[in-house]
Design a protein around this ligand. Sequence first.
Ligand code: ADP
Ligand code: MG
Ligand code: MG
Length: 942
Amino acid sequence: MNKWVYLFNEVKEVEKVSRGSWDSVKSLVGGKGAGLMDMTRAGVPVPPFFTVTTEACNAYQKANKFPAGMWDQELKALKAIEKATGKKFGDAKNPLLVSCRSGAKFSMPGMMDTILNIGLTDKVAEGMVKATGNTRFVYDSYRRLIEMFGSVVMDTGDEVFEHALESYKAEKGYKNDTDMQAEDWVAIVEKFKVAYKSKTGEDFPQDPFKQLELSTEAVFRSWNGKRAVDYRNKEKISHTLGTAVNICTMAFGNMGDDSATGVAFTRNPSTGDSLMMGEYLINAQGEDVVAGIRNADPIQNLVNQMPKAYKQFMDITAKLEKHYHDMQDVEFTIERGKLWMLQTRIGKRTAKAAVKMAVDMANEKLITKEEAVKRVTPENVDALLHPQFDDSAMNQAEKDGHFVAKGVNASPGAAVGQIYFDADMAEKMAKEGKQDTIMVRPFTKPDDVHGMIASKGVLTSEGGATSHAAVVARQFGIPCVVGASAIKIDLEKRVMNVGEITLKEGDWISVDGTTGKVFAGKIPTSEPSLEEQTDLLTLLNWADEISARKNIRSAPNGGPTRGLQVWANADYPKDARRARSYGAVGIGLCRTEHMFFEPERLPIVQEMILSETSDGRTAALNKLLPTQRKDFDGLFEAMDGYPVIIRLIDPPLHEFMPDEEALLEEVITMRVKGQTDGLKAKEDLLESIKGMHESNPMMGLRGVRLSIVMPEIVEMQVRAIFEAAADCTLRGIVVKPEVMIPLTGTVKELEWIQPRLLRIASAVMAEKKIKFEYKFGTMIEIPRAAVTAQEVAKQAEFFSFGTNDLTQMTYGYSRDDAERNFLITYQEQGILGTNPFQTIDREGVGKLMQWAIDEGRKTRPNLEVGICGEHGGDPNSIEWCHMIGNNYVSCSPFRVPIARLAAAHAALKHQPVVAKKAVAKKAVAKKVVTSSPKGKKVAKKK
Ligand code: ADP
Ligand code: MG
Ligand code: MG
């Protein structure tokens, strides 16, 4: 016979069938049941209870009825509880009342339902009044049962009961529930029974066993209620776990002024502060505290009203925290001065609290530093580094009717600014008007990026978490809400509407990328700086320590044995400085082409492109050389002592030219109007641009191919790099330039170009009479380069995976087209699990990377390997990079702290068994020494 029910004192049995794993205990009897059993074992006062297992729940879901034997076991367990309490279920003289509570493996606060006071009937109520002399208490409990049973078991909803109570109170002229007298509750019970019957067509059941049976079933059913399903989807909790049911002797907090009920967190879940945060209500029951029916008192006040119970409570909770090594979220009830603990679980917390608690607990030696690092998620760190709205300010705005809409919280952080409906305006008003702007669009496209970057925040009415707006916003750390579909944007009239609210261009708006909420007007924000967040800094330093540990990584292919380093992608010195302050220890990608786009330089670049001879090109490039040198100089200075990877020119040249269509239009207009002034020049330009036309430019003349066709550009760039490096060295700065050649497909390309560039490097060093470390390497972003990595490594001294292009070319997707046209469908249809442009596709792209590393290191065992695609800031992809032997990941400066934490997580997760054992041994040895009284004596004698 299957055992479906466990008693409060049967934790050993549960552990036995769970083979000693606490995780399996929780799977079987749920988190709440496990916590209650554990507390009972430890001697904490818990009202006697029994737990129906999650297996029973799952069996119920399959057959739509209780599994055979379950109900009998429940009845038997009930007998045991009667024995333990000396009360009898359904008895009028000395009745046992119970609660029926759901409790899944993972806590899902407020998602499933609880029914209190089961066992009360007309007869039992009468008997209880006789026994207690407390009519108010009995009928208050009874009316709660009718309401909870009605709404949870019979789907009546709360409203009938709320209305009945409200109209009764109005009739009597009462303001609060506390105004209600004993006879009022008696009257209410009758009204509730009528309401119950009006909704269900039946009388409220007077058989306590029926009440228990239907309540148990209702908890099973609530597992598949919409609320619970949505919650599990959001939290990625499996739908097949099922919930346990806990039938628990009632402890009454509503028996008078010597009774109370409350909830508490052993530390402050919002700030992480170590002062307990809790609330209680005198003479109340169950969730009155949470529901906020009356103003609850802070837990610390309890010491005045019930000093004994308070002290006991503080002792118990302190022990619980020690026992579980984490902040506990507890529920308690005091019945006529006697304390009962009703729940303990690991408390949920904000990002800020997560970091503070982890650091505090490690400092208190409650947990190890490794554990502290593990407890904070990359998302926590992300949330802490973006400007945030005050919770109270947001609530106020909502109360004031400024709430506009809720969309997908695509990129965290708070942004306040003036609305502009296109990229050009958003940029113009930001740059020239010095405004804080918010770009609002139905959706964004690649040519909107300049407007997004210039804005404080981005809001779209269409698209999801992988839409263009979302991806770009995250890349640049811009708060962003997408898919706020309630918003109607009229681009013609330049207004947006939601219901009654209309916002025009230039109006203020507040966008919260953390919650997805949008408000009209300005909500105050606070900008967190990393330097001020000392706890986070401490935690990140611990993360770095872990990553830097020798032999934390098994390196079967001769790769690094420490964890990953974190570098950053930065094009300008100011980005590099930010990256360093965020903890980056190198620049993994400096894109040089951005520098060509600057207004003073672009005409020279165009002049260079248009010249027909090598000499012409060189002449133009010579004008660019000093400015490029200055760019690199600043970068080296900012990264003093750290490696800087500079990528040679990558995009196709037409990107530097005016738009062909716009130019054609101009030419036509001039012709029509008969304007001849400058027409010829424009016509020539148009011809040249036409001549540069490629049908698929991203796969055309760009990257190393361009360098081979027009070597003058990269020759200038290498000269600029080495001259800057030499100048910096002369100024006492330690430079480590690494020149990166993009888009290699065959080693032959490197064989052609690299020696020329090396000659320039040597020439400059000879001219400047100085030497410094440098490397030449390549990006691996074409599958062929990955496949032939053993060959490529003969030239390349380092590899950097350009995973954006590598993903595009491995899948054969053009990213923009994919994200616009079919990626969402693919994800919805389950063809793609995640967006491969966000998270590395381990089976395909990831395998290629792994192969490339293994092959490359065959040629060059100490080959330096990194990643500079957007994936470098994605925790899941970072883990992969750790597993395959990357030396570092490089990401946007904003994501550096996240990546540092993710790198440590990967290191801890994949720590070789030997290393783990060694650490454990050390810990044990230490323990023995400190805890052995003999050892102490010896130490003292010495
Ligand atoms: P949740 O998981 O949503 O917190 P619970 O099952 O813990 O739901 O119960 C909801 C409320 O009812 C809590 O305030 C809890 O303390 C109270 N409660 C549950 N069982 C009992 C009981 N046997 N005696 C007194 N109060 C109870
Ligand atoms: Mg609870
Ligand atoms: Mg590329």
